[in-house]
Design a binder for this molecule. Structure first.
Ligand SMILES: Nc1ncnc2c1ncn2[C@@H]1O[C@H](COP(=O)(O)OP(=O)(O)O)[C@@H](O)[C@H]1O
Ligand SMILES: CC(=O)N[C@@H](CCC(=O)OP(=O)(O)O)C(=O)O
Length: 294
């Protein structure tokens, strides 16, 4: 850039932006934000890159981001290659032994390693915490409910906080796949929204942000303009009962409801495909997407 190209007004505007962010950075410094990456986003290379840059930025200014990821779409593709039909019951995948093998390979293997490598390629530091390295999510089989048995689907009962928290001493962002291990070593497939909730609760996170491919909870799931910006717990329950909240949005909202009242202060569902939606969520008063409150 030559001296002639230097635009003082632009440079001042940039400096102003940094100063404006200072208050937010101070208030979140040292506090944990759990970021759940949904499978739809993992398929969008450009969106993913910008999210990971936001995460690296957060870590660089002293916030403590923790990433928990799913990978439903990638699992569906891998299952199709093995000739297995996906089977979802109330937003959760029925998981037999063959499905579990595929889920482990995709979630704890390919995606977890890929995300960690991408963070490092972008200049950040990250650590993949899976069965293959250090497992931090422990749990048990999800009990049968209303005669529905989901096979090897689990829920998290214990999170190894010390490993996750220890990574902040080496400036590494923990990247955690949505699987857990029973005390007997059995692996379970965990809905990623539920896994993120367990991590947020265990760490006493300041914020839990679900990054999805929709702009939030909508009254018409196919119409972005029907987004509901704030939703009380009672309203959210009613929308599930009425069938307005359906499919993959059910475990997400259920996770929000369970998280609130257990120490996590704010839960948001945000469209991760909007450039810098994660930073906007943190650095603006109203944020973007849907906030669910008590
Ligand atoms: N009321 C609703 N508002 C928004 N999305 C909804 C609603 N009901 C169902 N959905 C569906 O939930 C999906 C988000 O869940 P899911 O596909 O599991 O996302 P992710 O992979 O990010 O976890 C949306 O793409 C949408 O099709
Ligand atoms: C039990 C269960 O449903 N597990 C999920 C885990 C991945 C996930 O939740 O991924 P998304 O965040 O992309 O939806 C599954 O097998 O698809």
């Amino acid at each position: 850039m030559s001296a002639d190209d230097f635009n003082v007004d632009e440079a001042i505007a940039k400096a102003n932006t940094l100063i404006e962010a200072m208050g937010w950075i101070r208030s979140f410094r040292g506090k944990t934000t759990v970021i759940k990456l949904g499978g739809s986003l993992l398929d969008d290379e450009s969106a993913l890159m910008h999210i990971l840059l936001d995460v690296i930025f957060m870590e660089s200014v002293g916030m403590k981001p923790v990433v928990v990821h799913g990978g439903g779409k990638a699992i569906n593709r891998a299952l199709a290659e093995s000739g297995i039909e996906p089977n979802f019951i109330r937003g959760r995948r029925y998981t037999d032994q063959a499905t579990l093998e595929v889920v482990s390979r995709v979630l704890a293997g390919e995606l977890n390693v890929g995300l960690t490598e991408e963070m490092e390629r972008l200049g950040g530091r990250a650590m993949n915490l899976s069965f293959d390295t250090t497992n931090v999510l422990f749990g048990e089989k999800l009990p049968t409910e209303d005669d529905v048995d989901l096979g090897f689907v689990g829920h998290v009962t214990r999170v190894d906080r010390s490993v996750i928290e220890g990574l902040s001493y080496t400036d590494q962002v923990p990247i955690i796949p949505s699987m857990c291990m029973g005390e007997d070593g059995q692996r379970y497939n965990v809905n990623a929204d539920t896994a993120a909730m367990a991590v947020a609760q265990s760490l006493g996170a300041e914020k839990l942000v679900f990054l999805s491919d929709v702009n939030g909870v909508r009254t018409d799931k196919d119409d972005p303009s029907t987004i509901i910006h704030t939703l009380s717990a009672a309203e959210a329950r009613q929308l599930i009962e009425d069938g307005v909240i359906a499919g993959g949005m059910i475990p997400k909202v259920e996770a929000c409801l369970e998280t609130l009242g257990r120490g996590v202060r704010k839960v948001h569902i945000v469209d991760g495909s909007i450039r810098h939606s994660l930073l906007l969520e943190i650095f603006t008063t109203n944020g973007v997407g849907t906030e669910i409150h008590q």
